[in-house]
Design a protein around this ligand. Sequence first.
Ligand code: UDP
Length: 482
Amino acid sequence: MAGKNIHAFLVSFPCQGHVNPLLRLGRRLAALGALVTFCTPEAAGVSIRKANSITDDGRPTPYGRGAIRFQFFDDGWDFDSPNRDDLPAYFSQIEVAGRVKLPQLIHKEAEAGRPISCLINSPFVTWVSDVAESFSIPNAVLWTLSCACFSAFYHYHNGLVPFPTEREPEMEVQLPHVPLLRHDELPANLHPHNTHVYIRDVILALFRNLSIPFCVLMDTFEELEGENIEYMSRILGRPIRTLGPLFKDLESELESKKESKALRADFFKAEDCIEWLDSKPPRSVVYISFGSVVHLQQEQVDEIANALAESEVAFLWVVRPPAREMNSKPHVLPGGFLDKVGDRGRIVQWSPQEEVLAHPSTACFMTHCGWNSTMEALASGVPVVAFPHWGDQVTNAKFMVDVFKVGVRMCKGGEAEGRVVPRDEVASLLEEVVRGPRAEEIRANALKWKKAAEAAVAEGGSSYMNMQCFVEEIARFNLVPN
Ligand code: UDP
């Protein structure tokens, strides 16, 4: 059994977009027989515990041929401390606390007879690589964005190609084996006008530490970003192991189908909307969600609501209260909106997104193009209306529309453009993807990627083989010499 005797210790930054792919990786490792400990600060632990049926009392929950346990650590700040609203300060605080806590946890695991075979971390907690090195524990990094974005940050960090500057903000960027990116198609954090400089710096920290991990894991697949993956592996001098789509559990590795839905780490409890979807005709529902962070302007919410109210389309819309640190007001739907749409529309605060995308009634996905949502849409064969806001979302939108050809674009980047997309434009884009003359072609492309994604994770597929190699590599590192 490939993963037997492996204890993989996974450390995630406490945000949904990192926790999801890292836990999915944990599930895949556990399915192969590994003991997996999933570790993140208590700030996320509080929400994860509340929204899911998990415990963090150290007891492992069986999963596949292995097991998973959760371990939350105190980041040193009170849960309601106003300091938490200052994100750059919080990044530093997690590092300060983590550099103390993680070594203590490593010792504790060894004393309990569960020495750690591999430390795997998401971006934003790059100091985990330093801790791994100081304990001589093999380290791997799970890059949570696309390989194209990895290449952009790598080339930017190493000054290998010219990027837009204050003097030339509209410069195009040509990365090897990546289509030409306009200035507004680059990961927005790399543009000189971007205001979230601390996010750029925290991502670049990973590239400064890149000599430590023995491999870089990615939630993408070879058929999707092939030449670029090969090229980046070559210049890194180390394998990039693509394992995606990670959210697709391989049922042959599990005891029962039920298992694949268990062990989630959502920060909010998903509302049940599957029965409602069951009541709708095939390919009739527009699913709208902008991930866990993006908070639209109220005017944009009004325009989307009015477009939906005036159309005849059925829709499921995630309208989430803003994260505390966004300092924004909750959205308000236009007066009479809910009465007007009746059972044609359903509003939830959090959805079981993977199930929604897999549902036969779902026709299209209006998405902010976070990388997880992108992979989930592609692997579910669902056409998209791309509505990116910032960061890598603008690059993912470019790929979905121009390269993978699975949808249409509502804007180039909501934050930079600052424009409210009017209701007529919203309505006509939805129409184009669901019923327009190009709808069939877009759907055929989406289904092509779904098949390719399924083949990548199926036995013998590229991601499947990469996962086997990765597990064997960890096992080899941990062979005790006779
Ligand atoms: N998600 C979900 N229900 C929702 C909204 C989002 O389960 O109502 C999940 C989604 O499936 C994805 C993650 O939250 O796995 C969001 O990650 P993504 O990278 O798409 O965006 P981010 O939240 O990081 O901006």
